[in-house]
Design a binder for this molecule. Structure first.
Ligand code: ADP
Ligand code: MG
Length: 922
């Protein structure tokens, strides 16, 4: 039998979606009796039985068919599994999932968004698809909006999972890596979007595969999916740190160069090549390298032993770049100094390229040479948008009370379809028309009066505001009227949840910003369990607790009658939000599970939304209708106008997010490539082969430049060739005699020597240490270059607008240039890997220390969220602000953007001309 409400069939798409699922609901219901008959042990044994069936179905399936096969076998098991979870829920939590909840669960399993109103029990809904999908043993993630909810839901629903033999983990902000690893290893993992995202980024900064905490992205269910994938999606996740570069090193290395003498390559009287001086320069190929004497001098001036020790890698690099800065880069030709900044001059056009920097420490070296301040910034170490993080999952699903208005965006960006699941009980909340006042003052006075009145008659009131400041304002007015009330501002999730849980008691007045207390159920008459826990927190399992709980249950039940006769929970909105969805969330706090309730929004012509987006037409209507002091206007036309304004803002915000995503997509491919490269290095397979392959490539490149087969032998530039060989492999110029040899003979001779050098190193270290050495060097290079690239990309984004592209599309320019930068970076990675492996002298112990030091430095990284939008309403940021004040690594801030600053969306336009135009007013 299906619940009565569900059996009615309508004609919309959503209803057709639902109708298709009804036969499955029937079948799950049909399994109820037999499932009930099972003992606890027999019920639990179902888990093993399902696992065995899955294993059997997947046995021998080819990798490429695995995904489909998995989905097929899970679909086959679905009905039985849901019946099992339903029964486990009855036995552990005393709740029997309603038919609509089964439907919601099936929607989630199919990788869609289940829109279910507040209070419909979405927390419980998730357990069914979570259980089913966790049976494959690959880890299911449940994403919540804050740490408190992650903890609450993992504890609460954990009873069901554990009863059925699954393990549950919960990620919290203050967890250490090994605790995280354990939580991710569980069958089910609860946590916030930030934690999941940052763990992904941090994992890709690790130095050992074993220290990574996540084990893949298989299936995620995102609770309050609109908050996370839409509201929060305007700010990317960023791990940043002070550019760890010790700028002092550049000045220090810079001081060495003036002591060095430029030399030449000459032949001595026996015809052998010798070098004079401390360094050699080849203008044509723009190389500059130290001679042996130069190295010795540099070591002396720096006061270090061997410059080619691994521990001196930064100094070596610094000296090399300082040398280039002095020997190859000329002021007013290659660069200019303006306002204490080094500006690059485009070698082809002669124009200055503002905002651009040379990479790999060269810019800093030139800054040191010119004795200007070395730009040291908080640099991005890793970044990803939430959009791209959640796209990593093989299957994604979401649930919320308000998704339908954003269905198009969910579909376009995440390929998530929205299915609207009917409520368990008919909704009888009474949503009144908006009332509009001429001024904010009149509006707030009216709101305060209304609250005082409703309180008199015992009705609970929940007031939503758009900011903490406005909450305070209203609070002051209520204090004057001596109306007791509480104010929540989404800072202390746990405490606020406790308060919101009692917002349904008679005469309760609760003022809250949008996100405050989200996820907490408001029961009319109050929540007896929460009250009992509050009173007797430390004696939860005592008899005292039980008797107090039943007393409180009685109290709440009586109070419920009072509230019901007063009309249920009344919602007051004090301003329309930028999106209709957020207004609907507020309204949705009332009228749960068939409760009575009502809602009304109070607006004024001075509200931001009305001022900025309300059309002149609206103002005219208002004037025509006449506005008297203190008398509001209530008119359908006004409400419609406001909705139009909201739709406009929604569309604009969607554009911002799309824009952010378009830019991040470029970065995303690069990130995936680099992260893939890192993982390969960490796996450590065929490192030697890889290095030798790179060595050959570079050797052929050098020969191609100087010892070109197409030229006659006497046109070969053997001196330049020697210089390159020194630069890349540390071969002493003149140490090989190329005279009279063909190109192939020359190549063979060099290759043999290179192999000898490499083998000698390996012989000295032993194969195992050599592999470790290779791994460290490669990681060091990749990380350094990637960081450098991220910095370059930041500058590119800033600079691309400053350069003024005329009619050209900045996104296309950005794509082109970032691709070029990336290609160059990859070349540098290859070059440096080879150079360092040939030139550096590995010392086992120091290496271990260096690695350790880096690990220690890593936590300095500051995960944060950078604002990428103009939006000035901040509940998103306020909502997830560090709940635990001790832990300061996670920092999300939305810095205010100046009107003349470049727009953070990356368009390159000034903010006021781009996304700031909205704020500037119509
Ligand atoms: P939502 O997230 O959809 O707003 P919650 O998951 O917070 O709703 O649940 C709201 C309340 O409904 C909770 O107090 C929960 O105990 C209760 N609830 C959920 N499902 C059931 C059920 N099948 N039977 C009884 N109570 C339920
Ligand atoms: Mg919820």
């Amino acid at each position: 039998m299906i619940d009565r409400l569900l059996a009615k069939v309508f004609g919309t798409q959503h209803e057709r979606d639902i109708k298709k699922l009804l036969p499955r609901v029937e079948r799950i219901n049909a399994l109820e009796a037999s499932t009930k008959a099972l003992s606890d042990d027999a019920l639990r044994a179902k888990t093993e039985e399902f696992r065995a069936r899955i294993a059997k179905a997947l046995d021998g399936v080819h990798d490429e068919d695995l995904k489909a096969a998995r989905q097929a076998i899970l679909d086959e098991i679905l009905e039985e599994a849901f019946a099992v979870v339903r029964e486990a829920s009855v036995r552990t939590l005393g709740m029997r999932p309603f038919d609509v909840q089964l439907i919601g669960g099936m929607v989630l399993h199919s990788g869609k968004i289940s829109e279910m109103k507040t209070g419909e029990g979405k927390t419980l809904v998730a357990t069914m698809p979570v259980y089913l999908n966790a049976l494959t043993g690959r880890g299911v993630h449940v994403v919540t909006v804050n740490d408190y909810l992650a903890r609450r839901d993992a504890d609460w629903m954990g009873k069901i999972y554990r009863f059925l033999g699954l393990t549950v983990g919960c990620i919290q902000n203050n967890l250490l890596d090994d605790e995280r690893q354990k939580a991710y290893a569980a069958d089910v993992t609860y946590g916030t979007n930030n934690e999941f995202g940052f763990d992904y980024l941090r994992d890709n900064m690790k130095f050992e595969l074993e220290s990574m905490v996540q084990r893949g992205h298989v299936y995620a269910i995102v609770d309050e999916v609109d908050s996370i994938l839409i509201d929060e999606a305007r700010t990317p996740l960023i791990i940043s740190g002070p550019s760890e570069e010790n700028t002092e090193i550049y000045y220090r290395c810079n001081r060495v160069i003036p002591h060095l003498v430029k030399g030449t390559e000459e032949k001595d009287k026996y015809g052998n090549k010798v070098t004079t001086g401390d360094y050699l320069v080849d203008e044509k190929s723009r190389t500059a390298v130290l001679t042996e004497e130069g190295v010795a001098k540099a070591e002396k001036f720096l006061g270090i032993g061997n410059m080619y020790d691994l521990k001196n890698i930064d100094l070596l690099h610094g000296v090399e770049q300082a040398l280039r800065a002095h020997a190859l880069y000329r002021k007013d030709v290659d660069y200019m100094i303006k306002d204490g900044q080094v500006l690059i001059v485009d070698e082809f056009t002669g124009r200055v390229l503002p905002g651009r920097r040379w990479s790999d420490g060269l810019h800093q070296a030139v800054e040191a040479k010119e004795n200007v301040k070395i730009e040291r910034e908080n640099q991005t170490l890793a970044t990803i948008t939430l959009q791209n993080y959640f796209r990593l999952y093989e299957k994604l699903a979401g649930m919320t009370g308000t998704a339908d208005t954003e269905a198009a965006e969910f579909h376009q960006i995440y390929k998530l379809d929205v299915v609207v699941v009917p409520t368990n009980m008919p909704m009888i909340r009474d949503d009144h028309q908006d009332v509009v006042y001429a001024s904010e003052r009149e509006k707030y006075d009216a709101v305060a009066d209304e609250i005082a009145q409703l309180r008199e008659k015992g009705q609970p009131v929940l007031v939503g505001t758009v900011s903490i400041e406005k909450s305070e304002r209203l609070s002051d007015l209520l204090k004057k009227r001596k109306v007791p009330h509480v104010v929540l501002n989404a800072k202390f999730h746990e405490k606020e949840a406790e308060i919101v849980a009692q917002a349904g008691r008679s005469s309760a007045v609760t003022i809250a910003t949008n996100m405050a207390g989200r996820g907490t159920d408001i029961v009319l008459g109050g929540n007896a369990e929460a009250l009992a826990v509050h009173e007797l927190r430390d004696a939860k399992d005592s008899a005292e607790y039980d008797s107090r709980l039943s007393e409180l249950r009685e109290v709440c039940l009586q109070d419920r009658q009072r509230v019901l006769s007063a009309g249920g929970l009344h919602i007051i909105g004090t301003e329309r939000h930028e999106s209709r969805r957020v207004d609907n969330q507020l309204r949705g706090r009332s009228g749960r599970q068939g409760d009575p309730g009502s809602s009304r929004f109070y607006l004024s012509l001075e509200d931001d939304l009305m001022r900025i987006f309300g059309s002149d037409r609206l103002q005219n209507i208002m004037r025509r209708l006449g506005m008297e002091e203190g008398v509001p206007i209530e008119h359908g036309m006004v409400t419609r106008s406001i909705e139009r304004a909201q739709k406009q803002v929604e569309a604009r915000n969607f554009e911002t997010r799309k824009h952010l995503l378009e830019y991040d997509d470029v970065m995303n491919r690069q990130r995936e490539e680099i992260y893939g490269m890192r993982r390969e290095i960490l796996r450590g397979e065929q490192a030697r082969d890889h290095v030798l392959m790179l060595t050959e490539t570079i050797l052929d490149y050098i020969l191609g430049r100087h010892v070109n087969d197409e030229k006659a032998a006497d046109e070969w530039d053997l001196a330049a060739c020697d210089l390159d060989l020194q630069e890349y492999f540390g071969l002493r110029p003149g140490s090989l005699d190329h005279t009279g040899k063909t190109r192939d003979e020359i190549r063979e001779q060099i290759w043999k020597v290179l192999l000898e050098i490499y083998d000698r190193k390996e012989g000295l270290l032993g194969a195992e240490m050599m592999r470790t050495h290779e791994k460290f060097v490669m990681l060091q290079v990749v990380d350094q270059q990637w960081k450098d690239h991220l910095l370059a990309i930041d500058h590119l984004k800033e600079g691309i607008g400053l350069r003024g592209y005329g009619q050209r599309d900045p996104l296309i320019e950005y794509k082109k240039e970032s691709f070029e930068l990336f290609t160059l970076m990859k070349e540098r990675i290859e070059d440096q890997i080879v150079q360092y492996l040939f030139k550096l002298q590995p010392v086992a112990r120091e290496e271990a220390e260096a690695a350790e030091a880096r690990e220690r430095r890593a936590p300095v990284a500051m995960p944060s969220r950078r604002s990428a939008a103009n939006v000035n309403y901040s509940y998103g940021a306020a909502a997830s602000g560090g709940q635990d004040a001790k832990v300061e690594t996670i920092q999300r801030h939305a810095p205010k953007v100046g009107r003349n600053d470049p727009c953070p969306c990356g368009s390159g336009k000034k903010y006021k001309k781009c996304h700031g135009a909205a704020a500037a007013g119509a």
